[in-house]
Write a protein that binds this ligand. Structure first.
Ligand code: CS2
Length: 489
């Protein structure tokens, strides 16, 4: 079957860009062109191009794998977004991506586009582990493999996301080209501020004038991003083929809900992202904490407990009465740790999250969410837990989520079958598990002592420790299903 590569000859039922993609130049370079970007920022940009036009197409960059470049380049950047809600799915072709550079092979092109005056925004979805954040100091993790490699080499050979940004800003400054806005779109607290600190720290090893120039000229707005985007499956590709009449190797699927809240601080303009429903605010903190604590926190809790209880998909978790009760409990407890969130009723937000998680047409694997736990738990579980701790509120839901992660970190299901942890710290974790595997107290102590993972304020709280250890002991002796029932009592 012919591959999708233009808008000609598509079935009439398929949505298509409301503009001519080829008539618009590139204004955004996006680092980390995964499924999430294709279901989220690229769609807002597609809406903005349709409404307001402008040279705002996106040059995508894959830092480590050439899969996405191979999916999208032969298709001239076009791909189908499958939106699965109630009733029939919606199929929509997105035209905002101009192409994809695979960084290791297209280094020169990448540096050129980052330096180009036409590039006004560099955005990122590189996942939490892509930043090189040392959570103990809040600064740069010099042992992070990509950062460590960059520190030892010339700036114009940097390959980490932070190093590439600093290299591009340095050459723009030297050649008198105005800077771009750096737009972090990952699920990290204060993602803009964190990125700024890492960029400045990286730049400080290059040149103090560069640091001052970045500080004064480069905005790093923080953002809250939200859209559930499961990995594409055979079904995604088959459904798209049937709907389009073409084969689409870049097909991406998602839910109807989408939200993007952005601090309105751009140095060289931006697309009219309001056209896709983005909300621009002065301070994104409250929205970001709400989403990280209520959505991502309960997601992580249900991923570890659900996976070990034999639930493949989030929707299956929501069909398990006891675990669904714990999901709601987690959201309600996280809600209590939040400041007032402008314009949002947190109970209604939780109700909506429950419906989204239960969406029967979305196949979102618990195993997908479970990856990279050491990078996710700090902002999803520990930060809200510390707020609850200071307020003297219930810590049990956070302790249960932590114990579920610890049980998951053992890498074995109750039937003894093994699975890959898929965590950047899996070797350190495996060493601890091998040492203390069967003893819940020793295992919890060992995992809790992973440097830069559980904050000291929690680690030193004997009450927190025993809440976690009790739960881990129950999971290890009775199994996850029984532990969930006990917890939900
Ligand atoms: C999930 C998120 O995989 C995960 O860790 O919690 O990807 C989640 O689906 C998105 O943040 C929703 O916006």
């Amino acid at each position: 079957m012919t591959r999708l590569s233009s808008l000609d000859g598509l079935n009439q039922t398929v949505g298509r860009p409301g503009y001519d993609p080829a008539a618009h130049g590139v204004g955004i370079v996006h680092l980390g062109l995964g499924a999430f970007h294709r279901a989220h920022q690229a769609v807002y940009t597609d809406d903005a191009l349709a409404k307001g036009g402008g040279d705002w197409r996106i040059m995508g960059v894959s830092l480590r794998s050439r899969i996405v470049a191979d999916q999208l380049n032969p298709q001239n950047g076009l791909y189908t977004l499958v939106i699965r809600g109630e009733g029939d799915p919606e199929f929509r072709i997105i035209g905002s991506i101009a192409g994809v550079l695979f960084a290791p092979d297209e280094d020169e092109e990448l540096r050129a586009v980052l330096k180009a005056p036409e590039t006004k925004i560099v955005s990122l979805t590189i996942t939490e582990k892509g930043y090189g954040l040392d959570r103990e100091t809040g600064g740069l993790d010099r042992s992070h493999p990509a950062i460590k490699a960059d520190i030892g080499r010339d700036l114009n050979e940097a390959t980490s996301a932070i190093g590439l940004i600093v290299g591009a800003l340095d050459s723009r400054r030297k050649s008198g080209v105005a800077p771009f806005t750096v737009l972090a779109c990952d699920n990290l607290s204060h993602n803009g501020k964190v990125t700024k600190r890492l960029v400045l720290e990286f730049a400080s090893r290059v040149d103090t004038d560069l640091v001052a120039w970045i500080e004064h000229n480069v905005p790093f707005p923080s953002t809250m991003v939200d859209r559930i985007t499961p990995a594409s499956t055979e079904k995604t590709f088959a459904d798209v083929k049937a709907a389009l009449g073409f084969e689409d190797k870049g097909a991406t699927e998602t839910e109807p809900f989408t939200q993007w809240i952005v601090e309105d601080d751009f140095c060289a303009g931006r697309p009219d992202w309001e056209a896709g429903g983005a909300l621009f605010v002065k301070d994104v903190t409250a929205y970001e904490q709400m989403k990280l604590g209520m959505l991502n926190g309960s997601h992580s809790m249900l991923a570890y407990s659900g996976f070990l209880a034999g639930h493949k998909y989030v929707r299956d978790v929501m069909g398990d009465g006891a675990l669904a009760k714990l999901v709601r409990r987690h959201m309600d407890t996280a809600a209590k740790t939040l400041p007032a969130v402008p314009g949002i009723d947190l109970q209604a937000y939780a109700d909506e999250l429950i419906d989204r998680f239960a969406n029967p047409t979305i196949a979102h694997e618990t195993y997908q969410i479970a990856m990279d736990g050491t990078e996710k738990l700090p902002q999803r579980i520990f930060e809200p837990a510390m707020v609850a701790q200071v307020r003297g509120d219930d810590l049990a839901p956070f302790a249960f989520a932590t114990a579920a992660w610890m049980a998951y970190a053992r890498g074995r299901k109750s039937d003894g079958s093994a699975y890959a942890l898929r965590d950047p710290r899996e070797q350190e974790i495996a060493d601890i598990v091998n040492l203390y595997g069967d003893n819940p107290r020793a295992l919890a102590d060992g995992l809790m002592a992973l440097p830069g993972f559980v904050p000291q304020q929690l680690r030193e709280d004997a009450g927190w420790q025993s809440l976690v250890i009790e739960r881990l002991a129950t999971i290890m002796s009775e199994g996850m299903t029984a532990a969930i029932s006990a917890e939900a009592q």
